[in-house]
Ligand binder design. Structure first.
Ligand code: GLY
Ligand code: MN
Ligand code: MN
Length: 442
């Protein structure tokens, strides 16, 4: 990518906020490395979202330093330097000059100099913010610099430094989306929703799941997205009861439902995440319709709970209550609503949570609980709402619950929207992907 993808002012404002939050600690934030696919072939590059959020720099192997104790150069980048020989093979690099001129670094050095320079830059910091366990190439350098400072501390009169995680600070920032970020999530939602509408138009008995996947992912690419945000799930019939089914290799069968969980990732990594489920032959069976209407009722009730002052936990609890009530009515569960919920006696039919934060990561960063307390929803937070039902023999029926009749088996349904919390409620970013039962039929 020759163009920088986010505006420089926005990035500078983010860095400023991060530097303020760091207090006196210096942060070391590495970029993602290239990841081997097989032999000497690499996966398409995917930048680390923390690094991207603060730099907008889309090359592997770089390292950003944030140095609040160095007023004259608080933002230092280590990057792969310009190298015509390497660029012939692997493409353009911004190099040190570009890192300063285009990405706002106060100073930039070749990546190979990190080991020699890191200790000096960290000197005088009140602590080091670095995520251990994630960056095997950078971690030994940080630990060495830290150890050196600890050794020298007694003679220099400095207090012993602490090593802290940058995540709470940075991830609290990422959890609250700016207006610009909400626009990008809206764009990811638009493209993803269009792809789902196209998929429903082409799906029919005899087509392979992968051919539907091709339609979806073609649309992502045609619209300028990088591609799918995660392995697209195109799951006919019982395959939909495998939550992370990505083989997408079976023929679609007359009489089955098709569950599609797919969303795009934009050029600047903002993601969509949508699930829709519809009958392959255009007509629900009565069992499919009953469960579809139930999941939809649960999803709509849960979406309606998304508002400032409520919590993601309440969104989940709402979905569970509607599902359990409906399953009791249909005879798929037995007992009182409260006892079934309390005992988790519905979990052979609904075994996952109802949503997650969404942003630069599909399962985006940010705490769901702080100590005892679930995090309150605030304007600018974005989450998915995605209840489902999965009827199969994979999990044992809990004691006291009824055996499942054959007519329900092989039905897997999930309905998933991306929802932004607004000042007075919510904005369903993915509303253009239809979900009314009548729209699922033809
Ligand atoms: N597609 C991943 C998820 O829905 O969480
Ligand atoms: Mn999701
Ligand atoms: Mn999904």
């Amino acid at each position: 990518m020759h163009e920088s993808l986010i505006d420089a002012d926005l990035l500078a404002r983010r860095r400023q906020r991060f530097l303020e939050q760091l207090g006196g600690a210096a942060a070391v934030i590495p970029a993602a490395p290239l990841v081997t696919h097989h032999a000497d072939v690499e996966h398409a590059f995917r930048q680390n979202s923390d690094f991207w959020y603060l730099t907008g720099f889309d090359e592997p192997g770089a390292v950003a330093l944030f140095l609040p104790h160095r007023d004259d150069h608080p933002f230092v980048l280590f990057v792969e330097p310009k190298d015509p020989g390497a660029e012939v093979w692997n493409g353009f690099r911004w190099g040190c000059e570009g890192a300063v001129a285009r990405f706002g670094a106060d100073i930039a050095h070749p990546r190979a100099e990190l080991a020699g320079r890191l200790g000096g830059y960290l000197e005088g910091a009140e602590g080091i913010a670095f995520r251990v366990g994630r960056h095997p190439e950078v971690e030994p350098l940080v630990l060495k610099a830290w150890a050196r400072q600890l050794d020298r501390a007694p003679r220099h009169g400095q207090a012993a430094l602490g090593l802290v995680a940058p995540c709470p600070l940075l991830h609290e920032l990422r959890l609250r989306k700016s207006a610009e970020e909400l626009e990008r999530l809206r764009e990811a939602a638009r493209i993803s929703a269009e792809a789902h509408e196209l998929a429903r138009q082409v799906a029919r008995p005899g087509l392979n799941e992968r051919q539907v996947q091709a339609v979806i992912e073609q649309h992502f690419l045609e619209q300028g997205a990088r591609g799918p945000a995660y392995g697209s799930i195109v799951a006919g019939g019982d395959n939909a009861c495998v939550l992370h089914y990505t083989a997408n290799s079976a023929p679609l069968r007359d009489g089955d439902l098709l569950l599609i969980d797919a969303g795009c990732s934009l050029s600047d990594y903002y993601n969509g995440d949508i699930t829709r489920t519809f009958p392959v032959n255009g007509r629900f069976s009565s069992e499919q319709r009953a469960l579809y209407e139930l999941v939809l009722a649960a999803q709509e009730a849960a979406v309606a709970v998304v508002a400032p002052g409520h919590t993601a936990e309440q969104v989940h609890d709402t979905a569970v209550r509607v599902l359990v009530e409906g399953l009791l009515d249909l005879g798929l569960l037995l007992g009182s609503i409260d006892s079934v919920i309390e005992q988790g006696a519905y979990r052979h039919l609904y075994m996952h949570r109802t949503g997650h934060w969404l942003g630069l990561d599909v399962h985006d960063v940010g705490a769901y609980r702080l100590g005892e307390h679930p995090v309150m929803l605030e304007p600018g937070m974005v989450l998915t709402v995605e209840p489902g039902l999965y009827v199969s023999d994979r999990l044992p029926v809990p004691e006291g619950q009824p055996a499942i009749e054959e007519r329900w088996k092989g039905i897997g349904i999930r309905i998933e929207d991306d929802v932004a919390v607004t000042e007075h409620g919510r904005d369903v970013l993915t509303a253009a992907a239809l979900k009314a039962p009548v729209a699922m039929e033809r």
